[in-house]
Design a protein around this ligand. Structure first.
Ligand code: PMP
Length: 445
């Protein structure tokens, strides 16, 4: 049998050095490089439930959860079995499979809340970046307009037009955008402060008849948590529609994580009546495999090729292994899973606040459903400027103190902490007991 081993790397440092020689920065996605926290990035070799192990054999309670996908815990036996079963039937066919329709049905069913369908049809792609990139193209194709509104600090993947003032790794690295994006393309994106209704009105007034869509994270989660103010999403839909534009609700991170029907599901159960035009999914939909998607009303989705003039394609789109993982994960993600994740998040967030309080460290915990993030400042945070005005330099000490005690946190203060249904009482207790020393380290930083 052929196996892939990590034999030549026995320490995280050796693994990082080996990777740096052949991979830019030693990583295949920038936040993994620990640029803002310093120190040696973890080289992970294994994960199970709420825990991950590095190449040195160190065990950590994990709060990264693959940046969201591992909602039911790492390597859940039912998800692994589904993938193994699919793999035995062939890795990829370049043709449709019945499972793709099954996953679309599961997603459409979950997005039907209070009798209202959030989406009628779903197109599967492989990454969140592709989902949002395609959603933008679709919105432009449908409206015949070019401009897009996005919000500062929101991250929608790394396609050219969506990198301006983006969160995630760009927030971590404190860079405003990317080299290599032609100015005329960047100029098609209007970046507005989040939760600012006047700015939205002003943009539509200044660019009458030219704005194709507003793209917004359903709840901002890539510059720390930036929750939408109550009614803001509904306002975006009403305003966009009044001007003949669409709303792309990016649920790549929140979808199937904050509720069975994502963030829209949470607002919908709260009685809201708005409906987005296009919704993007990623992360949990693939349960840890490369899978994402975009859904919307039939008349919009049917503008995609082969029915319509908006082109999108993918050799590995709807990959059978990824679809199997997605179906298995979503079938597992029942009400009990969300109760568990909500509970774990609530306990960890309040313990975090207590620990920092005890050490007199100024902080705020921002929440959006079961997602939360820490910021070293006081007062609530509603936009990217406020998120950046904090004592972010306290985070590396906090992060490393947690790591030394066997807890793996996101390596940036601008990221959410991800709990999973596998965070049982023992895992939560482990995290909670590590917090006081980390809070002390933050206080002394
Ligand atoms: N949209 C949002 C809201 C995200 O959080 C992310 C990734 N963190 C993306 C899009 C891009 O997804 P991917 O990394 O799969 O390309």
């Amino acid at each position: 049998m052929t196996t892939v081993t990590n034999e030549t790397a026995v320490t995280n440092e050796q693994a990082a050095a080996r990777a740096r020689a052949v991979i830019p920065g030693g990583v295949n996605s920038p936040v993994r490089a620990f640029a803002s926290v310093g120190g040696t990035p973890l080289a992970i070799t294994r994960a199970q439930g709420a825990r991950v192990w590095d190449v040195e054999g160190n065990e950590y309670v994990d709060l990264v959860a693959s940046w969201g996908p591992a909602l039911v815990g790492h390597a859940h036996p039912e998800v692994v079995a589904a993938v193994q079963q699919a793999a035995a039937q062939g890795l990829s066919f370049g043709a449709s499979t019945p499972a793709e329709a099954e996953l679309a049905e599961v997603v459409i069913d979950r997005l039907t809340v209070n009798g209202v369908r959030g989406i009628d049809k779903l197109r599967l792609v492989s990454t969140g970046t592709e989902a949002t990139m395609t959603a933008v193209r679709l919105a432009r194709g449908v409206t015949g307009r070019d401009l897009i509104i996005k919000f500062a600090g929101h991250y929608h993947g790394h396609s050219d037009g969506l990198l301006a003032d983006a969160g995630s790794g760009l927030a971590t690295l404190a860079i405003p955008g990317s080299a290599g994006v032609p100015a005329p393309i960047a100029a098609q994106t209007l970046v507005l402060p989040y939760n600012d209704r006047d700015a939205v009105h002003a943009a539509f007034a200044a660019h009458a008849g030219k704005i194709a869509a507003i793209i917004t994270e359903a709840a901002g989660a890539n510059a720390g948590i930036l929750a939408p103010e109550p009614g803001f999403n509904e306002f975006l839909v009403a305003t966009a529609h009044a001007h003949g534009a669409l709303v792309i609700l990016d649920e790549v991170l929140t979808g199937f994580r904050v509720s069975t029907a994502g963030w829209w599901g949470l607002e919908r159960t709260d009685g809201a009546i708005w409906r987005p035009d296009i919704v993007t999914f990623g992360k949990v939909i693939g349960g840890g495999m490369p899978l994402a998607g975009l859904g919307g009303r039939a008349e919009i989705m049917d503008q995609l090729a082969p029915l319509g003039p908006v082109y999108q394609a993918g050799t590995l789109s709807g990959n059978p292994l990824a679809v199997a993982a997605g179906i298995a994960t979503l079938r597992l993600a029942d009400a009990a899973v969300y109760e568990r994740v909500d509970h774990a998040a609530a306990v960890v967030a309040s313990s975090l606040s207590e620990a920092l309080e005890d050490e007199g460290v100024e902080h705020v915990i921002s929440h959006a459903g079961n997602l939360f993030s820490l910021a070293f400042r006081s007062g609530s945070i509603t936009n990217y400027d406020e998120a950046r005005e904090q004592e972010a330099w306290r985070y590396p000490a906090f992060f490393h103190a947690m790591r030394e005690q066997g807890v793996s946190l996101p390596p940036s203060v601008f990221e959410a902490w991800f709990l999973t249904a596998a965070h049982d009482d023992a895992a939560i207790e482990h995290i909670v007991s590590a917090l006081p020393a980390a809070a002390r380290a933050a206080a002394e930083a």
